[in-house]
Design a protein around this ligand. Structure first.
Ligand code: APR
Length: 232
């Protein structure tokens, strides 16, 4: 049924099989780097060098990584309906796997923006993996990574809300659903939509009633689900 709207809502677990660490699993990124030192506006004011370095390392790792089987399986959902991916991830692995419509809720690390007051007006592609504090924007402010920090607005939220609201099938993949407002999006789906969640660690108790949990890694879970959806 080509009229069906399929929305994938992905988190860090989506890219785990590409070798990119998640944030909150044991040994996750936030164990090594305290959030308040690298991912807040206050951190940028206090030690911009440290923040820049943290994201430079993330960008380098992401550029060296490849889309995994799960990113590729997501592209096959196009055969089942109209596909839109909403990702909390700042990597570009969905795009590199071939998904055309990707909405980045928390930004895209391959882009830079002004660290001044008009940060959301323009995004600049970053050459290579390194952004330096000497790289300044047209407005004279240093460029910063195009990522949403803790405590900042999520400019794409209303757009994502609308997309989720139009979903006939919502597939949540690899997110602990612990960061708001992003996690609240799953409650914006309409009553009639079918909701699946693919994650090896989540439990049904931690999910809203009616969500079908597939307790598996992203690639294995998607393989199962695709088989099922293609039969419908
Ligand atoms: N396949 C699928 N899911 C996996 C896999 C895997 N191979 N490995 C781990 N997971 C799951 C974990 O069980 C967990 O539920 O991925 C989830 C990762 O959760 P988090 O680390 O909290 O990542 P995420 O939910 O994307 O974080 C949300 O928080 O740090 C901020 O802005 C950052 O966008 C991020 C947001």
């Amino acid at each position: 049924n080509l009229a069906m709207n399929i929305v994938v809502f992905s988190g860090a677990g989506m890219s785990a099989e590409s070798g990119i660490q998640t944030f909150r699993d044991s040994g996750g990124l936030w164990d090594t780097y305290p959030i308040e030192e690298v991912a807040t506006p206050e951190a940028w004011i206090k030690d911009p060098e440290k923040v820049q370095h943290f994201y430079n390392l993330r960008r380098k790792q992401i550029m060296e990584a490849e889309p995994n089987a799960a990113h590729l399986l997501v592209t096959q959902l196009k055969e089942v309906g109209n596909l839109i991916v909403i990702t909390q991830n700042i990597d570009d692995l969905h795009e590199r796997a071939g998904t055309e419509q990707v909405l980045h809720l928390h930004g895209n690390i391959r882009l830079a923006k002004s660290s001044g007051p008009n940060s959301e007006t323009k995004y600049y592609p970053i050459e290579g993996w390194k952004l330096s504090l000497n790289d300044t924007c047209d407005d004279g402010f240093p460029l910063r990574p195009h990522v949403v920090w803790f405590g900042e607005e999520v400019p794409m939220y209303p757009v994502a809300e609308e997309v989720i609201n139009n979903a006939d099938i919502l597939i949540i993949i690899g997110t602990s659903l612990s960061v708001y407002p992003a996690a609240g999006l799953i409650h914006q789906a309409k009553r009639s939509s079918k909701i699946y969640c693919i994650d090896p660690h989540l439990t049904t108790e931690s999910l809203p009633a009616g969500v079908h949990l597939i307790r598996a890694n992203a690639s294995a879970g998607l393989q199962d689900l695709l088989r099922k959806l293609k039969e419908i």
